[in-house]
Design a protein around this ligand. Structure first.
Ligand code: NAD
Length: 285
């Protein structure tokens, strides 16, 4: 049976470090600040915000939520981002996606200050992820995957690592981050032929497709490390990942559960990025 890679344990260890860091900053009279911006009323965005605010507040970060109507104009949206860019109390800005139809993500992403862009929307941060520079911000979810691998001492160097999914939020940046750590990376997507043939090559297999239980045991090689990024709901409405946990667990060497895996680490990584952003902005090393 696979060892369970416990996201809650990873998040708790990271939280302890961050609380100590925030205490040190507080003694210098500085408190990190985060603003989450949400336009419209998508329940998934709202539930992300609730858990991010809860987590970041518990670490000592001042959290603000800016809720905008679904029909907010592009001009008003840009003005809000401008104000946050220059607000000295705000060190990190996170814009919930998908944006409503009247707002162009392509415009917003250039507007958000790269130094406050804690979830890697701005192409400057994207390019830093691609080039392996460590002074930018990667998106929180792939960064959470890396936190889990590091916490459990799972080395990726030289390993055949297969990522299912090529979105800008998860699959693509994650592949680049693994490449920067010298993994041999294959990216699979909806047009990949013989998916199982590709995924079986993975010593490390990471699923970020958003398809409930699509990774079955015939797609996983014996002893593989399996990381499940997916957040889905099965026929009975129960949360599940992209991996069919019950069938894959007996053949994998280690595996993240859903819930309690990658998703449990993401908001703590957001807090980490806000603290890093503050230090970057204030020149604290
Ligand atoms: P997305 O829909 O933007 O991208 C999915 C990707 O998977 C696409 O690149 C697509 O080509 C690929 N894909 C889809 N079906 C496939 C199939 N049958 N075979 C091969 N490839 C396939 O989704 P996303 O935003 O990248 O999110 C992926 C999953 O991760 C979702 O379940 C989402 O809820 C979850 N997620 C989790 C967290 C977290 O904190 N754990 C954060 C963000 C997203």
């Amino acid at each position: 049976m696979a060892k369970i890679l416990d996201g809650k344990e990873v998040a708790a260890a990271l939280k302890d470090e961050l609380v100590a860091e925030v205490d040190r900053l507080r003694k210098q009279g500085i408190t990190p600040g985060l603003c989450l911006v949400m336009a419209g009323s998508r329940p998934d965005s709202q539930s992300y915000i609730n858990s991010a605010v809860k987590r970041c507040s518990s670490i000592g970060i001042d959290c603000r939520v800016k809720k905008l109507p679904e029909d907010v104009t592009q001009g008003d949206f840009l003005k809000i981002i401008d104000d946050l860019n220059t607000d000295p109390k705000i060190n990190g800005i996170m814009v919930m996606r998908p944006l409503p139809q009247y707002i162009s993500e392509n415009t917003i992403k250039y507007k958000i200050s790269p130094e406050k862009d804690v979830d890697c929307l701005n192409p400057i941060n994207v390019s830093k992820v691609i080039s392996g520079d460590d002074d930018g911000f990667a998106p929180c979810t792939p960064a959470a995957v890396i936190e889990i691998l590091d916490y459990y001492g799972i080395k990726v160097e030289g390993k055949r690592t297969v990522v299912i999914g090529r979105s800008m939020v998860v699959g693509r940046p994650l592949a680049m981050m693994l490449l920067a750590r010298n993994a041999t990376v294959t990216i699979c997507h909806t047009r990949t032929r013989n998916l199982a043939e590709e995924t079986k090559k993975g010593e490390i297999l990471i699923a970020a497709a958003g398809k409930a239980k699509m990774v079955t045991k015939d797609m996983v090689s014996n002893g593989a490390v399996v990381i499940d990024v997916g957040i889905n709901f099965d026929e009975s409405g129960k949360m599940c990942g992209d991996v069919d946990f019950d069938s894959v667990c007996p053949i994998a060497s280690s595996i993240t559960p859903v819930p309690g895996g990658v998703g449990a680490v993401t908001s703590t990584v957001l807090a980490k990025h806000v603290i890093e952003a503050l230090k970057l902005q204030k020149g604290i090393y």
